[in-house]
Design a protein around this ligand. Structure first.
Ligand code: 13P
Length: 281
């Protein structure tokens, strides 16, 4: 069944955990993600990156994800991730996304706020909006080996006012987290997260969870993170599997069905594994 993303995050928080949000570039992965969530009995979020959304098949993929969400046994939301182009946002919401991360994080406080307000005006009250305050560095689609230094950290003194003025339903924080590969040991500013959580009454979102130790993730959940975004670890698991499965499938009569089935299963197992760290200690 489909549900609002903020409801999925609030339910998770009430149960002492965070909801998982996983980037899906294709239907086989998305099927595995929903399968894992059903097995765990938890709501889940299917993330669509803006690079996928702009592909010729982006609209159709979002339609398919929406159908997957509508027919799932657990609550599922389809979210367009990190989007700042209002035309793209409208098209993908029309395709079936029911949540958007309206990303004005590169535009400073006022520009960020103005973008979120424009998106709200355009989309109406039923579409769930997440915003990012501060700036999370790194590439959302490619894990590079170039050092990704933490971006501009979220200022706790701005967080409550931003949420109030923008009316966002969830807030993504920048506390030392980056998208993609961490070079060196990741260091999250837990005191900053606690200070933000103390003033904000919407669920907080942790991006860039790939590569963070389980204990670090659990600590953020204890501080009030209600949604955790994962891309790189899932992408890597799928690609690694394809490298191993493709030669045997080619030799066995070019059997694509078997590869797609095992692809979904690898995604399912990877999601269950990373979700183990999504419960507060
Ligand atoms: P990772 O690729 O680091 O897991 O980050 C994913 C993310 O935050 C998507 O919004």
């Amino acid at each position: 069944m489909r549900d609002r993303l903020d409801t999925i995050a609030r339910t998770a928080l009430a149960e002492g955990r965070a909801a998982g949000a996983f980037t899906c570039y294709d239907l086989a992965t998305a099927y595995g993600v929903v399968d894992a969530a059903s097995e765990a009995g938890q709501g889940v979020v299917l993330l669509v990156s803006p690079s996928t959304a702009t592909r010729p098949y982006g609209f159709a993929l979002v339609r398919s994800l929406r159908a997957l969400a509508d027919h799932a046994a657990v609550p599922v939301s389809v979210q367009l991730d990190h989007a700042s182009d209002l035309d793209l946002i409208s098209r993908i919401v029309e395709a079936g996304a029911d949540a958007v991360l309206v990303d004005g994080s590169k535009q400073g406080y006022d520009g960020n706020l103005a973008l979120v307000l424009r998106a709200r005006e355009l989309l109406g009250p039923d579409i769930v909006l997440e915003a990012e305050l501060g700036r999370i560095e790194g590439d959302e689609d490619v894990a590079t080996l170039i050092a990704s230094d933490a971006g501009q950290l979220t200022d706790p003194s701005q967080a409550a006012e931003f949420v109030r003025q923008s009316g966002v339903d969830l807030l993504a924080v920048s506390i030392g987290n980056v998208h993609g590969t961490y070079v060196g040991d990741p260091v999250l500013d837990h005191a900053r997260l606690d200070a933000i959580a103390a003033t904000v009454d919407v669920p907080l979102v942790l991006h860039g969870a790939s590569g963070l130790p389980g204990d670090t993730v659990r600590r953020t959940v204890a501080s009030g993170v209600g949604k955790i975004n994962v891309n790189t670890e899932l992408r890597r698991a799928v690609l690694q599997h394809l490298v191993e499965a493709a030669p045997a499938a080619l030799e066995g009569g070019a059997n694509l069905e078997s590869v797609l089935t095992s692809w979904s299963d690898v995604a399912r197992r990877q999601v269950l594994q990373v979700m183990e760290a999504f419960t507060a200690p």
